[in-house]
Design a protein around this ligand. Sequence first.
Ligand code: FDA
Length: 539
Amino acid sequence: MKFPQFSMLPFLMVVVMLSLSGTTLSHPHWDFLHCLSLRLANYSTISKVIYVQNNPSYSSVLNASIHNTRFSTPATPKPFAIITPLKTSHVRSTLYCSKKHGFQLRIRSGGHDVEGLSYVSEIPFVILDLLNFRAIKVDTKNEVAWVQSGATLGELYYAIAAKTNTLAFPAGMCHTVGAGGHFSGGGYGTLFRKYGLAADNIIDARMIDVNGRILDRKSMGEDVFWAIRGGGGNTFGIVLAWKIKLVPVPAVVTVFTINKNLEQNATKIFHRWQYIAHKLPDDLFMNVWITKVNSSQAGMKTVQATFRGMLLGGVDELITLIQDKFPELGLAEENCNEMSWIESVLYFGGLPLQSVDILLDKNALPTLSFKAKSDYVKEPIPESGIEGLMSMFLEEEADNAVAMIAAFGGKMDDIPENELPYPHRAGNLFEATYIAQWTKEENAESGKYISWSRRLYSYMTPYVSKSPREAYVNYRDLDLGINNNDYTSYEQASIWGFKYFKNNFKRLVQVKTKVDPMNFFRNEQSIPPLLSPWKKKGN
Ligand code: FDA
């Protein structure tokens, strides 16, 4: 009897694992597992890093970072394996074996991709899940931090606040969003009128390119460093970590919320808001959410505009400012609350204010199914236009819908359009994200909610940016166009590419052509190289 070669042992252990779980696999799958298990080398690592279908933990690992239950149905295509690397060499091995055996790689950090692209693919794929890459090192002396891509924004904010209450980071409002995808597309929240996007405040990064090289800002070069800060994820390489610049905040900020429904002049006040909000001092963040709510008349519904904001300063200053510039809002002290910046993160994230520990809880809020679409608005919408928008929220499909509208201006006006791939800077009054939402149980009826979001988008056409109709890549919308599974021409990708990136799309294509000419890192809306391999072969 011959003993198996030592180098075969890890693979045999995987075979045992698979046969115990009842998994049947075809050749390329075996080859991939063989390749990866040889490189991971020991059983204990393999069992913590590789999750194949039918592994008892496969579903929980897959579902742990699904933040849109539209993509959590039995019919949703599933990865053949989920790889959760513990260290950089595991990431490189996954990349190596995926390339070698022809599997598409979907990189997942926080899993908030609004079209599910970090965990769904129509062709055979593997998820590289960075859930173990969550380390955060905050250096208050130099006002910088290193954040690994799998860390959530909540974990980042928590880590900063654990050291100081006068530094912060200007990123998004939802605490479960991952740094990896968020920074890759721009990222904005309550501090963006003062300090710009998350991507504007990144000063270095650690990335693995398609050849497995580990690069930092210097070795990747300024073109690639430019592209990864806003050009969209899963395109230029696997970003392991980001070095960010922290920004000063006062020990006390003031937040406020005021609700106005249709009977309380919501339409007129929102109309007026459009002329004022983008011109207010950059210390003030302000947004409006439009939703359907119960009316004061029993059994009736109305539409509510919720005006929320935050001033980097005290309540007296806020009230004086708003009474002077926007008296129509009727802001009073009882609408305001002074708190620390980290408490404001809870406030805007819809979390209870009791304890900041909730920022570490990825399941603190329920997950829904949704479809998102975004617009940028450069001219105030006339009152009649707003009336139409409001009336669409009275429709049956809008029971859980929301339009999230954030005033631009401030620092965003000062940053040139080509500074980073994110081009939506000066000249925008606000960005609007329309979200149709429903429960997982209603997924069979998702079509009617998605149609509502498309009708709303169509209704907004006359009032929003044109040529191109701009959109925010972090609120990705596959209705704008998708790549083919094989060759995608520049012209085809331009349809959505110019909406997300305007003229920066051209430079993104050039960078992609240089760093990943064979288009290994790709998804339905990744930047294509100029001449992809299929085209070269004449297929
Ligand atoms: P996920 O892991 O799904 O990644 C998104 C994309 O980036 C995918 O294509 C993925 O493959 C790729 N990717 C992920 N990690 C990568 C890595 N390490 N290297 C290379 N590519 C990588 N936006 C905003 O600006 N402000 C806000 O306040 C919010 N709030 C918000 C709330 C909710 C509930 C949702 C669902 C979304 C938002 N967003 C947002 C949008 C959010 O910024 C956007 O969806 C991000 O891409 C999510 O990043 P994740 O890492 O969580 O997603």
